[in-house]
Design a binder for this molecule. Sequence first.
Ligand code: TPP
Length: 270
Amino acid sequence: MVIKELDTRSRLLRQTVVRILAYSRRGHVGAAFSLIEILRVLYDEVLSFDAKNPHWPGRDRCILSKGHGCLALYTLLAEKGFFPESELWKFCAFDGLLGGHPEHKIPGVEASTGSLGHGFSLGVGMAINGQYEKAAYRTFVIIGDGESNEGSVWEAAMSASKHHLDKLTVIVDYNKQQSYAAACEVQDMEPMADKWKAFGFGVREIDGHDIEALRSAFKALPFEPGKPNALICHTIKGKGASFAENNLKWHHKNKITDDEIDGLLKELAV
Ligand SMILES: Cc1ncc(C[n+]2csc(CCOP(=O)(O)OP(=O)(O)O)c2C)c(N)n1
């Protein structure tokens, strides 16, 4: 799988994440950088939403189940106007809106996540509700490959397939890393695509940093009418900063230094 060079927009979004870090000095950098293109294409081109009316009933639902990647989500939500940009600079501050994991009270956040393995079940519930109400909205849930070790993910998958939830899409941020080891060493999820197929999903695999591939995958939904969708995105944890890529030390950072901030910004220069 060829991972393409990052374009200007992707670099600028990552720069915003780094500017947040310059205030907070902490955060899950690798998990956020892995996700930027997935969230960017969703919020720029795919999701229906009204940032000034976040609970609009017709909105598409989008849940970041791997909630520790929230620096990427907050960057997009602020840019779209769900809350003032100034909140970004108070990430994890006592007087700020944005904590280290997404909370439902934050405009644009559909579900509180961070305890891995729950977001997909919540999304299945929302999709069942949409089906029951014959609503047009779609539901998207982003999970991690490490998160997929949780049995609850697969209970949700069985239920999604039983109910033929073809307006539901699970997006797997498949960066092959966990918090403190390679995903295959902790609990290998291969064969990933075959697992989702066996659970009754229509499946597509793409490079999760390739904007065109993401666009065309979302346009192709549902992959197989009558089946829920699994979009497996091959990604790189820490994508965009060479020293952070696939480097477990960048899963979560405490006490980020000025030199580290400068190093990140240098690599993300446009
Ligand atoms: C139920 C639960 N167990 C453990 C953790 C601790 N934890 C936080 S991130 C993480 C790794 C997750 O890996 P993955 O889903 O692949 O996400 P990545 O950071 O690689 O994008 C773990 C185990 C947690 N948040 N929730």
